[in-house]
Design a protein around this ligand. Structure first.
Ligand code: GLY
Length: 393
């Protein structure tokens, strides 16, 4: 295997604002083409042979499809998109009212790009009610012993007393809920979770654990473990990207200066483990020459994190963050974005959801396919490059 050198990184051109706008035009036309099939239904988490099939409002991922609809609405002003977004927010309200499949920390992934976004864009009361109820549900997963929000499963499950790095992106829902209601409970829990997460999932070399267990009796940190990475001790490419975007968001809300070196550390580790075209393999253990699938969604997530953090750091560092993000997006738009809409109904190819290895605990699906968050964050990064965007998170 080999990873990119800094020289090679600098040789990758940056995507320009005009190119970002054109890529966004293309993505929006694909979203609009998909409305017939995916207004009453959502896209499944991942494509099969390049095509998403319709699903009910289940799983942790449908909010990304609604988020794509809102981003496309922002870019085009097309009223059909607004109508579809409104219908889908009603579905999210039903889901939280009926508590269907909400026993998870992923309520932020579900409700921020769908309902918070719809509320911010259109003032929807349905979106507001749904997102506030989701925030209320999310804080029930906070454990005083250990000071974290439990990721998966029932709260009394004997084998799941853990957080996962992805959760950093679920917390903006809580900050929004506190801003909206004036009730500090939500953001206080978010802040405590961020502190626990960043104190434990970041290793000394700034690679990251996917999941981290705590002792149920004492709350003491116990051990890290991977689920979707290649092995314990490697850095799952998407987990590292959640770490980049997650620390940027952590800084946005807390303004804790100690999070800046964490952001720089996890970003540097990521950069040092990229292949030549800047789109990582599914685990950062792998590089050019390894016969492994990519995770293009990781590059889009990292680009969004860089573009968010660019707002807060000193101008020189901000320019570097923007430049890196623009290089990631150049590679994604040129080599990974769907160009022929008859060959796929997604936006970005070569992403990996869950790749089973002899050393991890995940099931095997969505390998080298499109996936919903890959498509969503690709559009978000392009939007961030194209205009001054009012963030959904
Ligand atoms: N948050 C789950 C994943 O990234 O696969």
């Amino acid at each position: 295997m080999s990873w990119i050198s800094w020289d090679a990184l600098e040789k990758m051109p940056e995507l320009t604002k005009e190119e970002a706008g054109r890529a966004l035009d293309a993505a929006c036309s694909q979203v609009i083409r998909n409305l017939d099939q995916f207004t009453d239904h959502f896209q499944k988490a991942y494509s099969e042979n390049g095509f998403y099939s319709p699903t009910e409002n289940v799983d942790w991922t449908p909010g990304f499809w609604t988020g794509e609809i809102w981003l496309a609405y922002e870019h085009t002003g097309n009223e059909a998109l607004k109508k579809a977004g409104e219908l889908q927010m009603a579905s999210f309200l039903k889901r939280i009212n009926e508590k269907q499949d909400v026993e998870t920390h992923d309520l932020g992934f579900m409700y921020s790009p769908s309902c918070v976004a719809g509320y911010k864009l259109t003032g929807s009361r349905v979106g507001r009610e749904a997102a506030l109820k989701a925030a209320e549900e999310l804080i029930t997963r906070f454990h005083e012993k250990g000071q974290f929000i439990q990721a998966w499963g029932p709260l009394d499950a004997p084998d799941n007393y853990r957080l996962i790095i992805d959760c950093l992106l679920n917390l903006p829902l809580l900050y929004w809920a506190s801003q909206e209601t004036g009730d500090p409970r939500y953001k206080e829990i978010a802040e405590r979770h961020i502190h626990t997460a960043l104190s434990n999932v970041i290793r000394p070399d700034f690679s990251t654990w996917h999941t981290f267990f705590f002792n149920r009796e004492t709350g003491e940190p116990d051990h890290g473990a991977t689920c979707q990475g290649y092995r314990d001790g490697s850095a799952w490419a998407r987990g590292q990207a959640w770490g980049i975007y997650g620390t940027a968001i952590g800084y946005k809300y807390t303004k804790r200066e100690s999070y800046i070196p964490v952001f720089e550390g996890v970003t540097n580790y990521y950069l040092e483990h990229l292949p030549e075209d800047l789109v990582p393999f599914w685990d950062l253990e792998f590089g050019d020459g390894d016969d492994q699938p990519r995770d293009s969604s990781s590059a889009s997530i990292a680009a969004c994190g860089l573009l968010e953090m660019a707002k807060y750091v000193e101008p020189e560092k901000g320019a570097l963050c923007r430049s890196l993000a623009a290089r990631f997006m150049k590679s994604l738009t040129e080599k990974y974005a769907v160009k022929d809409f008859d060959s796929s109904n997604g936006l970005v190819l070569h992403s990996t959801y869950s790749n089973h290895s002899p050393y991890n605990t995940c099931n095997h699906y969505g390998v080298d396919e499109c996936n919903l968050w890959g498509d969503y964050f690709y559009m978000e990064a392009l939007t961030r490059m194209y205009k001054d965007w009012n963030v959904y998170w």
